[in-house]
Write a protein that binds this ligand. Structure first.
Ligand code: SAH
Ligand code: SF4
Length: 408
């Protein structure tokens, strides 16, 4: 997916100061800055030509230096009687990501009005390679820019505006590991929380990580109001090594300690996510191990049934099993929610739709992959740690599956 020339910058990469500088550079009238910002974040326009507050000359001048949207194409699919909208987005260079918009009715019991959440992607593909995740199976394609992340939110806002609704929450739970693309993710959070741009409170933003410890530490320092979710999946290292290959670099104890430090620094409770996989991480022993590592921490546990993905033989745990585990955790004093997966009908979990579009690996590779997982999980369940991680079977391979910096 190499690009012949770099695309023009996206206008959503610029804040008011940036737009003001651009307007001066282009010789446009000063008052245009506020108009532009308003058009980018609060209008129904999808192109410069659609920004009716600007003169034709201003539209053309701007179109020559900045893209109004960084998305090349957007395919929309509405499921669950319109409660969920999936957006399959093609970015410059052909990288595909997805964003999922979820609408929730008011919940008077919890004193909540109507809500709408957009689940955004921070990378095309992901280098971490969790074997139950469709994105992990794809491997890593590239990092998204802040503008590309913010444009997923702008799309959601436009869709909702057409329905007379408002976007209330943003979760970084789409494709990619946000803390391995930290600077653009932080810049996008700045745009989303800027009252003149996204206008969303930091507390209404969730960053979900598979456990990039330095990233968790930095997030606590620089954006302390953002909510942290940690994808734990298993509390014992041999199994977590398999489920979240990054665990070989930052093992369970370090991840939980970083989350606890985050909670202390920020005063915000951490959510721990556990994708429930039948016969793999859903036994009483697994719950006991979770209790052991989370005891005393200010945390909440989300149990989520696994969505099936092509490359693994694994399936979701039964509803009854998930309830039993939830009860066991609650009995030990942990706060627990059992979550239903939104958008399952369209294969929404974590890049499934984009993975399908990327093409299916040959049946022999899938069969081999499944065999490897059976052997590896049998060893992990007996508490054996294997020295090497399983490489994803997808069409692309990560450059550094254990990389922990800003760029994988
Ligand atoms: N990379 C980050 C954020 C994106 S994944 C992370 O891993 O936290 C968002 C969530 O979707 C994670 O909790 C992940 O474990 C979960 N997920 C991935 N594949 C899934 C599947 N097949 N079924 C259910 N949840 C899945
Ligand atoms: Fe990456 Fe998250 Fe999927 Fe793991 S679960 S492969 S970290 S996107």
């Amino acid at each position: 997916m190499s690009e012949t020339k770099s695309p023009l910058p996206a206008i959503s990469d610029l804040d008011l100061a940036g737009i003001t500088a651009l307007v001066a550079e282009l010789g446009l009238e000063k008052y245009r800055s506020a108009q532009i910002l308003d058009a980018v974040w609060r209008s129904d326009a999808t192109t410069w030509a659609g920004v009716t507050t600007l003169s034709k000359r201003a539209q053309e001048t701007l179109a020559a230096v900045a893209r109004f949207y960084s998305t090349e194409t957007v395919e929309r699919e509405d499921v669950e009687d319109g409660a969920t909208t999936k957006l399959l987005i093609t970015l410059s260079g052909g990288a595909k990501v997805e964003a999922v918009l979820m609408r929730y009715p008011p919940d008077p019991r919890r004193g909540r009005g109507e809500r709408a959440t957009i689940c955004v992607s921070s990378q095309a593909g992901c280098a971490v390679g969790c074997p139950f995740c469709a994105t992990g199976e794809l491997g890593f394609t590239r990092n998204l820019t802040a503008g590309e992340i913010q444009d997923q939110v702008r799309l959601a806002r436009q869709i909702l505006r057409g329905e007379g609704r408002e976007l209330t929450n943003v979760v970084f739970m789409g494709m990619g590991e946000p803390l391995q693309n930290l600077d653009p993710v932080l810049a996008s959070i700045d745009g989303l929380t800027d009252p003149l741009r996204g206008g969303i409170g930091q507390r209404r933003i969730v960053v979900s990580t598979s456990g990039v410890v330095p990233g968790i530490n930095r997030l606590a320092q620089v954006r302390p109001q953002v909510t942290l979710a940690v994808s734990l999946h298993a509390a014992r290292n041999p199994l977590r090594d398999l489920l979240v290959p990054l665990n070989r670099k930052w093992p369970v104890e370090e991840v939980v300690a970083a989350a606890a430090a985050h909670a202390r620094t920020t005063g915000r409770r951490t959510t721990f996510e556990v994708t429930m996989i039948d016969g793999i991480n859903d036994r009483p022993d697994d719950a006991a191990a979770l209790v052991q590592v989370l005891r005393g921490s200010d945390s909440h546990v989300n149990l989520i049934p696994m969505n099936s993905v092509a490359h693994t033989p694994w399936q979701e745990s039964s509803a009854q099993r998930i309830e039993e585990i939830a009860e066991q955790l609650r009995a030990s004093g942990l706060s627990v929610t059992v979550r239903r997966n939104r958008g399952r009908e369209a294969g929404a979990a974590c890049g499934q739709l984009a993975a399908e579009r990327a093409g299916t690996p040959p049946p022999a590779a899938v069969a081999r992959r499944r065999e490897l997982l059976v052997v590896a999980s049998a060893a992990a369940l007996q508490g054996r740690r294997s020295p090497t991680p399983l490489a994803p079977s997808g069409p692309l391979t990560p450059s550094d599956p254990l990389g922990g910096g800003d760029a994988p």
